[in-house]
Write a protein that binds this ligand. Structure first.
Ligand SMILES: [Zn+2]
Length: 288
C-alpha cells in the first residue's frame, strides 16, 4: 500500500476541493475503432496503461469549508467479481495522510450507487458492520433506488456488497434519499444528471466569483466522450439519457470558467471542456 499523498487541491472562495486517488489500475479498452483510439492516445497519453489497455482511475473528492467536511463518493472498496481484482483502494490511507479523521466527515455525498462509488460507506469492525463515517449523513438521489433494483436483477453476485454498502445504511437510518436539486451548503448545489444511472447527480460549486467547479461523477467516463459525446460505455444504464445529459452538461461547462472534476479521468482529474469544431476536447490542468 502506498504511503504517498496522491491528491490535488483546488481552492475556490471559501471552499477547498481535494481530488483523492482511490484506485489506479489497468482497465479494458472500450469498443471503438482504432482510429478513435489513436486520436485519444495522441491527445491523452496518460489515459493508457499500454497499447491495448486503458489506465483506469477512481477518484474521490473531499470538500472542506470552515464548518463542513464533505466526502464525495467512497471509492471501490472490496467490490466482488465480476469487478476485476482492483481492491487496492487508497481512500482510507489518503484521508489518514491528510489528517482527516473519519469522524470529522459530516456528509458523504454519493453521486450514484455503482460499486466503485460506495466501497467505503461501511466496514467491518470485529465482524460487525459499521458506518465508516459514523457522524455523516449519507446522501443519494431517490432515483438511485432504480439502480439498486437494476443491479439486483443484472448483477445478483453483488447483492451482498450492495446490502453492506448501501441497503444496511438505509436500514440503520444513515442514508437520506433526496428528490430534487438543493443547496447542500453555502455555494454548493446538486445537479441532477441522469443516464449513467437513474439518479446520477453532480455537485456545482459556485461562490459568485465567476469561477465554478463541477464534481461530475461519471457523466464522463473517458476523455473520448469530449470528442464523441454519443459514445456510451456499457456502464451507462440509459445510454440515450446519458448522451443527452452529456451534451447538456458539455454546453454549460464549456464556458472557460468551469473546472470539471471527472472521477475516472487521468489524475488529477481536473480540467476544462473546450469547444472544438462540432464537439469538445478535454484540457486537463497540469499535474503537480
Ligand atoms: Zn464509476
Amino acid at each position: 500500500m502506498t504511503t504517498e499523498l496522491q491528491q490535488r487541491t483546488i481552492q475556490l472562495g471559501p471552499t477547498t476541493i481535494t481530488a483523492i486517488v482511490d484506485v489506479t489500475t489497468p482497465w479494458p479498452m472500450l469498443p471503438v475503432s482504432d482510429a478513435i483510439w489513436n486520436k485519444v492516445r495522441a491527445a491523452y497519453p496518460s489515459s493508457f496503461y499500454n497499447a491495448e489497455t486503458l489506465l483506469g482511475r477512481v477518484h474521490c473528492y473531499l470538500i472542506q469549508q470552515a464548518s463542513r467536511t464533505i466526502l464525495v463518493d467512497t471509492g471501490l472498496g472490496k467490490a466482488p467479481p465480476p469487478t476485476p481484482a482492483l481492491s487496492s483502494q487508497q481512500l482510507e490511507a489518503q484521508l489518514s495522510l491528510m489528517g482527516i479523521d473519519a469522524t470529522a466527515i459530516d456528509t458523504v455525498f454519493l453521486t450514484h450507487l455503482h460499486v466503485d462509488h460506495v466501497g467505503l460507506n461501511t466496514h467491518y469492525v470485529d465482524d460487525k458492520l459499521q458506518a465508516r463515517f459514523p457522524n455523516a449523513r449519507y446522501l443519494a438521489h431517490k432515483a438511485e433506488q432504480g439502480l439498486i433494483e437494476f443491479m439486483q436483477t443484472h448483477t445478483p453476485e453483488r447483492a451482498g456488497y450492495l446490502q453492506d454498502q448501501v441497503l444496511w445504511l438505509n436500514e440503520q437510518g444513515y442514508l437520506d434519499f433526496f428528490e430534487a436539486d438543493f443547496e447542500l451548503t453555502e455555494g454548493i448545489t446538486t445537479w441532477f444528471t441522469p443516464g449513467h444511472s437513474p439518479g446520477h447527480t453532480g455537485l456545482l460549486i459556485d461562490h459568485g466569483t465567476g469561477e465554478r467547479v463541477l464534481i461530475a461523477g461519471d457523466i464522463f467516463f473517458n476523455p473520448i466522450q469530449m470528442f464523441h459525446p454519443s459514445f456510451a460505455t456499457g456502464l451507462d444504464v440509459d445510454k440515450e439519457q446519458a448522451h443527452a445529459t452529456r451534451l447538456a452538461v458539455l454546453q454549460q461547462v464549456s464556458d472557460g470558467k468551469t473546472l470539471v472534476a471527472a472521477c475516472h479521468f487521468p489524475t488529477p482529474s481536473f480540467g476544462y471542456v473546450v469547444p472544438d469544431g462540432d464537439a469538445y476536447r478535454w484540457q486537463p490542468i497540469a499535474e503537480d
